[in-house]
Design a protein around this ligand. Structure first.
Ligand code: HEM
Length: 207
């Protein structure tokens, strides 16, 4: 398979998108293969994935050094909203677990993790509509964490990418941001494998 072409003059957020495109695509397909809109129970599995990822990175939203680079960072945290969505569906939050070993490698890696969490709001708007249409969920019940920002998900995302793109960093730091984003995607994929069985697996007849 050919490696994606990355234009070095492209904004950082664009380069991150290119660098993680294949991983995102595979994750997206894998989540859909679990048929998360088949029932509210299926959807709760997806909420558990989201909760575990956002629990890992919750502390980043309260980090002073990151907040100095990314305005209004604390307001972007969504862990509580995910907990509320789980509660609406009659579920508690997942048991505490060890944080991923790849987290905690410094501010540049952390920016990559936050890129993934914030970018997922874009796909979240697609998922929100499906949860609404297929499961009857909405901003106030079961799907609050996927409801776009009141100012608009795209605008909210642009504010984030503008801040991310304007941070001055050297080549090594750039690479650390990309590595952080890749590690975040790998972590989410791991949670998906644990929480969301493929439909084909659940329907397989016993040998
Ligand atoms: C079935 C699940 C998902 C679907 C259907 C989906 C779909 C989308 C769509 C339509 C976009 C906006 C279009 C684009 O700019 O490419 C997007 C962007 C994005 N998604 Fe997802 N997504 C899903 C799950 C996730 C998850 C679980 C994560 C990570 C936790 C994630 C991370 C991102 C990121 C980082 C972006 C921003 C890409 C950019 O830089 O513009 N997505 N997604």
């Amino acid at each position: 398979m050919n490696a994606p072409i990355v234009c070095l003059n492209a904004p950082r957020s664009q380069r991150l998108k290119t660098a993680t495109h294949q991983t995102h695509d595979a994750l997206d397909k894998r989540i859909m293969a679990a048929d998360i809109f088949a029932s509210r129970e299926h959807f709760a599995g997806f909420l558990r994935v989201q909760y575990r990822f956002h629990r890992d990175i919750e502390h980043l939203y309260a980090d002073a050094a990151l907040a100095a680079l990314l305005p209004a960072l604390a307001e972007r945290a969504r862990l509580l909203k995910i907990a509320n969505d789980l509660s609406d569906l009659g579920h508690g939050v997942p048991e505490p677990g060890a944080p991923p070993a790849t987290l905690g490698q410094g501010i540049w890696h952390s920016l990559g993790w936050l890129y993934v969490a914030e970018g997922s709001n874009l796909g979240g708007t697609v998922l929100f509509k499906m949860a609404r249409d297929q499961l009857g969920l909405h901003r106030g019940f079961g799907a609050g964490h996927l409801a776009g920002h009141p100012e608009g998900a795209a605008r909210h995302w642009r504010q984030f990418t503008q801040a991310l793109d304007s941070i001055v960093m050297d080549d090594l730091q750039e690479q650390q941001v990309i590595d952080g984003a890749c590690q975040a995607f790998v972590t989410v994929r791991g949670y998906v494998e644990q929480e969301l069985p493929r439909v084909a697996d659940t329907q397989a007849s016993p040998a």
